[in-house]
Ligand binder design. Sequence first.
Ligand code: SAM
Ligand code: SF4
Length: 452
Amino acid sequence: MKIDTGYIEALIKNPDASHGNVSSILDKASLGKGLNLQEAAALLSMTDEGALAALYKKAGEVKERVFGKRIVFFAPLYLSNYCTNGCVYCGFRSANGSVARKALTVQEVVREARALEEKGFKRVLLVTGEDPRWGLDYIISCVRAVYDDTGIRIVHVNAPPVDTEDLRKLKASGAGVYQSFQETYHRPTYEKMHPWGRKKDFDYRLDCMDRAMEAGFEDVGIGPLLGLYDYKFDCLSTIAHSIHLYERFGAHAHTISIPRLRPAEDAAAGEAPYAVSDEDFKKIAAVFRLSVPAAGLVITTREPAPLRSVLMHIGASQMSAGSRTDPGGYTGGEKETLEQFSTNDHRTLIEVMRSTIHEGFLPSLCTTCYRVGRTGAEFTEKTSSGQMEKFCQANAILTLKEFLFYSLKNGSREAVQGAIERALADVKDPAMKKAIIEKLGEIEAGKRDLYF
Ligand code: SAM
Ligand code: SF4
C-alpha cells in the first residue's frame, strides 16, 4: 500500500469547490456508490454555511439509504495497558511513569465481558497496548474465553499490527473485525509521534490491512487519529486506503473510525498540534459517509454527548457507549490512574439509547452479518446496492425487543417499546413485516438471538 502524498497535497491545494462542482458531487453522492479523492477534496475544502448544510443533509440521507435508521452500539474492553511504544499522545506510552499498569487475567476479561453483557451489549471491541508479554496468544485466549464463557456474540479486536501468520491465528479464534488505525498517513509527522518501539515502523503499520485480508479477515477497520496532522491530508489518505482495499480485495474498509485526540495522563503531546474544531469534525464525518458509503462510521465516547447527537444526523452508524479506557474499568471499584485517555460522553448505554430514540433513530445491538458470513466483498456489494437497509432495520427491531425483555431492568421501557413500534410501522415490505412480527412473538415466548 502506497500513499500518493504529492497527489493528495495537490488536491488539497487546488480543490474545485465552486458551487456547480459541489452540487454535481452531491448529486453523484446520492447514488450511494462513493466518491473519488478529487470529489472528497472539494467537499473537505467547503466553508460556506449553506453548502455545508446541504452536505450534512445528503450524508444523513445516504446513511439512511445504506443502513436505515439504526445506530449500532458496542463497548471497548481494555485488556492491558502495558506498552513498549512511545506514542507521544497516549497515556499508555512506555515512558509514562504516572500510569498504574495492569493486564487482566483471562478470568478478569470474562468478568468484564459479563458486566457488559449484563448492561445489554452483544458486541465488544478488545483493545490493548503493545507488549510481547501480553501478545497475540494472550489476545487469542481472551477472544476465545469471551465466546466460550459469556453471551457476547461478536468480539472485534483493536490490536497492534502483526504478521500474516499471526493474523491467520487471530482470525481462526473467531475475531470479527480487525481494527488498527494508521493515526497519521503523513510520514514525517508519524515519525515524530512514534519515536520508539515497534509502532515506529510506518510501512509495517500501513501494510497491516493488506496482510489482514490476505490472512482471511474480510472485515477490517481503519482510521486517522484526528489532531496529529492536517485533517484534509489524513482524511483523503484514509479514503485512499479504503479504495485500495476495494481495488485489491473487492471490499472497502468495514469500518472507518474518526477518533479525535483527547487529553491523556502525562501525554507528551499536550495540545493537539492540528486541533480539529467541532465544525470541521462534522464535515469530516459527512465526507467519509459520502465517500465510502459502505463503511460503518464509528463515533466513540471521545466526543461530547450533544455533538454525538448531531453526528447521528450526518452519517454516523456505530457508536460506543458507557466506555471505560482502563483495564478492569467495568468491574473495578475505585478508579486508579489506568486510562488511555479521558472520555467525554459519560452516559450509560440506556441513556445514549434513549437519546438516540429521541433524535429519531433506532438503537441496535445487532451482530448478524459477521455470524452469517455477510462480510467482506458481499457486505460492500449489498450496502452499495441498497440491499442492507432492510436487514439492518429488521435486526435492530429484534435486538431491541430482546434488550427490552432480558436486559432492561427499570425505566425507559416506554421509550424502547415506542421505538420498536415506530420502526415496525416503517417497514415497507409486507412479507418482511409479517416475518418480523412472528419473530417478535418468538422472543416474547422465550427465544433469543433471532435475526435475518
Ligand atoms: N495499542 C494499539 C495501537 O496503538 O494500535 C491498539 C489500541 S490503542 C489503545 C487504540 C487507539 O486509541 C489508537 O490507535 C489511537 O488512535 C487512539 N488513541 C491513543 N491515544 C489517544 C488519545 N490521547 N486520544 C484519543 N485517542 C487516542
Ligand atoms: Fe501503546 Fe497503542 Fe498507546 Fe501507542 S497508542 S502508546 S501503541 S497503547
